[in-house]
Design a protein around this ligand. Structure first.
Ligand SMILES: [Zn+2]
Length: 446
């Protein structure tokens, strides 16, 4: 029986006019045509599929998070007040290790300073990592006293990554308190070197160590529940160094000046056009050189950050930077009155490179996150960003980066803030995504 006959067969034939029959037949033909899922205007409403959230011990873990939410915020404040610039994370790492020691993990610190807490699953042949970076962008000596203003906590690094670290500890403790045994082994990692020139070194080392067994990586970075980063934004960081003879501002006037050359080259580079699609950006982030106002400097340095949705654009910008600096140096040499004392030299060093990558839309990890969102009645959008997830994504390993709840803003500024209100939803989202990905050990098969 065709679909058309089937549809008509269910209706009382006597009451159908010819027009109705034609319309019904057309509907039936359209209905029978193969249809791409993207054109279905109203996907059928389905009830939520069974998930780990239905298990009693997982419910206990969710309840534990709800009950301990203030304690988790206190942990966040304490950790934020321990300075942790990239390459100087050890003091904060020690405290994280102490805080994780109550969660039944076997703990170690690797040679880079990553703290790794292993929570054995029914199998150790497959591993899932939950990670939060320890480091901040704030240099040593930055004053960090968490201030409370109304419902807000204010301090450098309070959200990025105080929220992630507190979430890591909270979720580990909740799983321990609820006596959950995962199927895959979970590694709770507080890793070094995410920010700036840390260049994701901590995550690179974790991936190196566990790659053959690694099934997924969940990165906790900052606050919020409104996004999931599945696309890794590629970036490259470069340092320009120009050197020259140096001298006295009055008596040696006319010899080539590295700062002049750097300024000439930088102005050319700033005027380089970059596309809006694919979104491509550059930032002259740090500039230094010279020793005093009345000395012709012997050195000038510039750090530049290049990012793009398309890695070819980054390569194009790097070439442009090199050409502009070369031209700036040439301008300065051509304009120097006295070249007898020496010439300018220049070089561009690569100080950081973050590869791009993308999680496939049907990845089980994304399905797990969506299922957690559904359970919690949360909606989140896909984002492209530069995080620790870049490393696994660039290697084809499933990875996402998400916030660990609450609200935050002003990241990387001295006015950075965090609002813990509602953070339990974010913590539950992390816990459910993690356990959906690790699976639960079956009761019959302990
Ligand atoms: Zn961060």
């Amino acid at each position: 029986m065709s679909s058309a006959q089937h549809v008509l067969g269910n209706l009382p034939a006597a009451r159908l006019s010819l027009g109705t029959v034609k319309r019904l037949a057309l509907c039936a033909i359209l209905f029978a045509m193969p249809m791409r899922s993207s054109v279905a205007p109203h996907p059928p409403r389905r009830s939520r599929p069974a998930s780990v959230a239905d298990q009693p011990q997982v419910r206990n873990a969710l309840a534990w998070l709800e009950k301990n939410v203030e304690r988790i915020t206190d942990i966040q404040v304490d950790l934020t007040e321990i300075p942790a610039p990239s390459f100087q994370e050890s003091k904060r790492a020690e405290e994280v290790k102490r805080l994780l020691s109550g969660a039944g993990l076997s703990l170690q610190t690797d040679k880079l300073g990553n703290v790794i807490g292993e929570f054995p699953g029914a199998t150790d042949k497959e591993v899932v990592i939950l990670a939060a970076h320890l480091d901040t962008v704030f240099p040593a000596g930055t004053e960090i006293n968490v201030r409370r203003e109304g419902g807000r906590l204010i301090a450098p690094g309070i959200s990025d990554n105080g929220t992630g670290l507190a979430g890591l500890i909270g979720v580990a403790r909740a799983i321990h308190a609820a006596h959950i045994r995962p199927q895959r082994t979970i590694l709770f990692a507080a890793n070094v070197g995410e920010e700036g020139e840390g260049n994701l070194r901590g995550m690179r080392a974790l991936i190196d160590a566990y790659q053959p067994k690694l099934r997924a990586v969940i990165v906790l970075d900052g606050s919020g529940i409104d996004h999931v980063t599945t696309k890794a934004l590629a970036s490259r960081r470069l340092e320009v160094i120009i050197t020259g003879p140096g001298g006295h501002s009055w008596s040696d006037f006319g010899i080539p000046n590295p700062i002049n050359a750097l300024v000439r080259g930088s102005v050319r580079f700033i005027n380089t056009k970059v596309p809006t699609t694919p979104r491509t950006t550059f930032n002259l982030g740090q500039i230094e050189g010279g020793t005093s106002v009345n000395s012709i400097p012997y050195e000038a340095k510039l750090k530049v950050d290049l990012r793009s949705e398309d890695e070819d654009e980054i390569a194009r910008m790097e070439n442009a930077l090199r050409e502009c600096i070369a031209a700036g140096v040439k301008d300065e040499m051509d304009n120097a009155r006295d070249r007898s004392r020496g010439r300018l030299d220049w070089k561009v060093n690569l100080i950081g490179s973050r590869p791009g990558g993308e999680l496939s839309a049907d990845s089980p990890l994304l399905v797990a996150l969506r299922s957690a969102d559904d359970f919690l009645g949360n909606k989140s959008r896909i984002e492209r960003s530069s995080t620790d997830a870049n490393i696994p994504l660039s290697l084809g390993i499933d990875a996402i980066a998400i916030g660990a709840g609450g609200n935050g803003g002003g990241a990387h500024s001295l006015q950075e803030w965090y609002e813990p209100a509602g953070r339990e939803v974010g913590l539950k989202r992390v816990l459910l995504t993690l356990l959906e990905t690790s699976g639960l050990a079956s009761e019959k098969n302990p």
